[in-house]
Design a protein around this ligand. Structure first.
Ligand SMILES: [Zn+2]
Length: 830
């Protein structure tokens, strides 16, 4: 069955709904959640979800387009499936749009634990090395944990310059496991927040990572008055004032009785439990002196100054959420209160830290480290950074490890920088709804004089990471954030042709779209399209989708997203040119979208049921990939040239449902022609896959493989348009070509990328025109990555001549790439 989706859907930027419509949809939200749940229930079979799985709504929100986004958690026999999330998007007309999802299709596992919860907690505590006891009771949750392994996709094995899209995550097995959360602060262990996954059958530790979400100020605290003279809100009480913002956070704290922690509040550190600390107070409502506080100082004004900075940063962030992104507080819905503890000794780092704690919905700020020159860690970008960890908790909820951890940190740095532009560029003072282009900077922690402060436009200047690499997931969140920080800078501000704002992956640079547009795209992606396991590739896709929602498909903003991600080695650059009838290299057809032939008579649609189908309008199916039954599957014209249909979620070999077999022809594209054909063409125009042979396809020859000398050359006479071949390193292939008197011959060559995981950069393809005695008349060679080359020769002899095209593959070190690689040689006479 091909299903019914026939017409090409006109794609356009989403239209904002009138406020009253959005308000009405918000008021109906329980009905919409029920609608989403019901639709999900009836999509079970095409989602490939068995009867043992169910979906529990965990959050919902309505955006200004009237779309209700409902986030579901996958459960298997009542147990949470780690990383199994699905976001359903229900539009104003109550239609269910394609899902954002990362599901585990058949997490079959024996759900009876053989290890007790207590044992799992003891195992986890031993793994974490905790000796001094717990100040917060450890928690353990029994769940299904897919054990996965990251690997380079088989077809890229042996490659150099691995792009993020070439990686895949392979499922090893599903485990029944305890997710143990450990949190404590005591004299022996310091400040610990740790996640440990313990196998509930074998008792083995499957994974563990520290989860204290910090500003990582191994430095810096800065002039306590980082923001000059500011106005903050205080609460008038008997005998004086306390630093409590009566205008923000009135809903109180989640899960706490109203009262003590109602309204956003700044506490002065007394002891590690918040109850023992007390609100910062002043008798006359005059706060701070702008000086950096150092331990032992007895000046009460200096003592207050850190509180002034934090109170100001909290209110500025809060107002930024409200004015710029229409968000109610950190949680986005209730406007729950948060509190901050200042002068917190941050025992593990000697005070040089600031952190967000999900368990108390609160923050702690250290005084820095005078010995290291680090000032109080209370500058505006730091406070905005910590608050944004809270925002993440109620949005994509990216886990704090591996690539998602890097994106989590990048989110906080992006918020930190944007709040700074908003405040210092005058946005806050005027209550602006947009983020100014000036006033802030692209450095985080710099004011606090942290020595290795973060530089968003070039993280490596202070020891960070500039671009995606296969090892990025091992780098820890504060370094794995580097590439995303840099991509966000490029998106907002552009990339240069040289210098520290240059990327070798985007040699021609790019124009930025401005802070405001860049941030809106980022925020929409992280709020609605990220899931806890989103990595850089998923982030790219989410950003592209968000840019299409906000600015329309193909808009300059969408193009900028492509290029900014290319600049950090994630996916291809935007390619211009006629897009009519084409799925270009690197593009995806997501569920529900389609490409039409230029005359509109044929449409290739990625159906909601996972089938890729070609229709003749109106509604006659003429071809399909036969991959129905996989809801959310998408088609991709991969950068390596292969056209694939694959399941959403896990990117794994078993996720590929169908493919055209056209790998190793980089930058190929898929054409939907006016005569109803589908053709994958190489970058130099040769058809390598098609429904029916296109005009001229029959004249594409295939190298015999024995054409390794001039004498054994394959004949390739007009009207041959070219040849396809494959070879190992150190080989030559010859093709004999007749060239008329006065005519020119052009060879247009594209070969597989010669990319390897070692450091040899000297592999290349060469294409030459030689005469019958082997003398070279013209020649061109490629580099390992840009593997297209053209060369021409004009026959001025006055007679027809026989020339030879010579294709060769050279390698710097023969022990390296032993694989056979494909090439496509296009031949033009003119
Ligand atoms: Zn952080």
């Amino acid at each position: 069955m091909l299903g019914m989706l026939a017409a090409a859907q006109a794609q356009a930027q989403l239209a904002a709904q009138p406020k009253e419509v959005v308000a009405r949809i918000r008021a109906d939200s329980s009905e919409r959640v029920a609608r989403a749940s019901q639709a999900l229930q009836s999509s079970r079979s095409i989602l490939g979800i068995g009867a043992d799985s169910e979906f529990v709504p965990i959050r919902s929100d309505v955006d200004p387009f009237g779309i209700t986004h409902v986030r579901f958690q996958q459960r298997y026999r009542g147990l949470k499936v780690w990383g199994g999330q699905l976001v359903s998007h229900v539009d104003a007309g109550n239609r269910v749009l394609p899902y954002s999802l990362s599901l585990h299709h058949s997490p079959v596992v024996d759900v009876a634990p053989r290890v007790s919860e207590g044992t799992a907690i003891r195992t986890a505590a031993a793994k974490a090395g905790i000796q001094g006891g717990f100040t917060v009771a450890p928690q353990a949750e029994l769940l299904v944990y897919p054990v996965t392994r990251r690997a380079i996709a088989a077809r890229y094995r042996g490659s150099r310059n691995i792009d993020a899209t070439m990686m895949e995550r392979r499922l090893v097995r599903n485990a029944l496991a305890y997710h143990v959360h450990l949190e404590t602060r005591n004299r022996v262990d310091g400040d610990v927040s740790m996640e440990v996954i313990v196998d509930a059958h074998s008792g083995e530790v499957l994974d563990s990572w520290p989860s204290l979400q910090t500003a990582h100020a191994r430095a810096d605290g800065a002039r306590s008055q980082y923001s000059g003279t500011v106005s903050i809100n205080a609460n008038s009480t008997i005998g004086g004032y306390e630093m409590r913002d009566m205008q923000r956070g009135a809903a109180g704290q989640p899960g706490r009785p109203e009262g003590q922690y109602a309204n956003n509040l700044v506490l002065d550190y007394v002891a590690d439990t918040p109850a023992a600390s007390h609100a910062m107070r002043d008798e006359t409502n005059t706060w701070g002196d702008g000086a950096n506080y150092t331990a032992g100082s007895s000046n009460p004004d200096t003592q207050q100054t850190a509180g002034v900075d934090v109170a100001f940063g909290m209110q500025a962030s809060w107002d930024f959420y409200r004015n710029v992104i229409n968000r109610s507080g950190i949680d986005g819905l209730h406007g729950w209160a948060t509190f901050a503890v200042v002068h917190d000794p941050q025992s593990q780092s000697g005070g040089a830290n600031a952190a967000w704690y999900p368990s108390c919905f609160c923050m702690r700020y250290g005084d820095g480290s005078p010995e290291s020159g680090i000032r109080n860690l209370t500058s505006l970008d730091i406070v905005a950074h910590e608050m944004a960890h809270g925002v993440n908790q109620f949005a994509g909820d990216l886990m704090y490890a591996a690539e998602p951890g890097g994106l989590n940190e990048a989110n906080s740095d992006i918020f930190g920088a944007m709040v700074e532009f908003y405040v210092r560029g005058g946005g806050l003072a005027s209550g602006a709804a947009t983020i100014p282009q000036t006033g802030g900077n692209w450095t985080i922690l710099d004011e606090a004089r942290v020595p290795n402060y973060r530089i968003m436009y070039k993280p490596s200047l202070t020891g960070g990471i500039d671009e995606w690499t296969p090892k990025l997931h091992q780098a820890g969140p504060h370094r794995a954030s580097g590439p995303m920080n840099r991509a966000f800078y490029f998106l907002a501000n552009g990339a240069a042709l040289s210098g520290s704002r240059f990327s070798p992956h985007l040699p021609d640079g790019m124009t930025g779209i401005g802070n405001d547009s860049a941030f809106r795209i980022w925020y929409r992606a992280m709020n609605y399209y990220f899931t806890m396991m989103s990595d850089y590739v998923a982030a790219r896709q989410a950003l592209i989708t968000a840019s299409q929602d906000l600015f329309g498909p193909g808009s300059p903003q969408e193009q900028a997203v492509w290029n900014a991600m290319r600049a950090i080695n994630v996916g291809p650059a935007w390619s211009a040119g006629a897009t009519c009838g084409l799925l270009e290299s690197g593009r995806q057809l997501s569920s529900g979208s389609s490409v039409s032939s230029c005359d509109g008579r044929y449409g290739l649609a990625m159906q909601g049921d996972g089938n890729l189908a070609l229709y003749r309008h109106p509604g006659t199916a003429v071809w399909s990939s036969g991959t129905g039954g996989h809801h959310g599957a998408y088609a991709a014209m991969q950068v390596d040239g292969n056209l694939v249909v694959q399941k959403a979620g896990l990117r794994a070999p078993q996720a590929v449902l169908w493919h055209a077999g056209t790998w190793e022809y980089p930058e190929s594209s898929l054409q939907v022609t006016n005569d109803g054909n589908l053709v994958v063409r190489t970058a130099n125009g040769l058809p390598v896959w098609y429904r029916t042979p296109p005009t001229g396809a029959a004249t594409v020859a295939t190298s015999s493989g024995t054409n390794t000398t001039i004498d054994s050359a394959d004949a390739l006479n007009a009207p041959a348009t070219g040849a396809l071949g494959q070879m190992r390193f150190g080989t030559d292939h010859y093709f004999r070509i007749q060239v008329a008197a006065g005519a020119s011959l052009t060879l247009d060559f594209v070969g597989s990328r010669l990319i390897r995981s070692d450091s040899y950069a000297s592999d290349f393809w060469a294409v030459a025109i030689v005469n019958a005695s082997g003398a070279q008349l013209a020649q061109a060679s490629t580099d390992p990555y840009n593997t297209r080359a053209t060369t021409s020769y004009r026959n001025t002899s006055g007679n027809p001549v026989t020339l030879l095209a010579k294709v060769s593959r050279n390698i710097f070190w023969p022990g390296g790439d032993l694989n056979i690689h494909r090439y496509a040689l296009a031949v033009r006479h003119h």
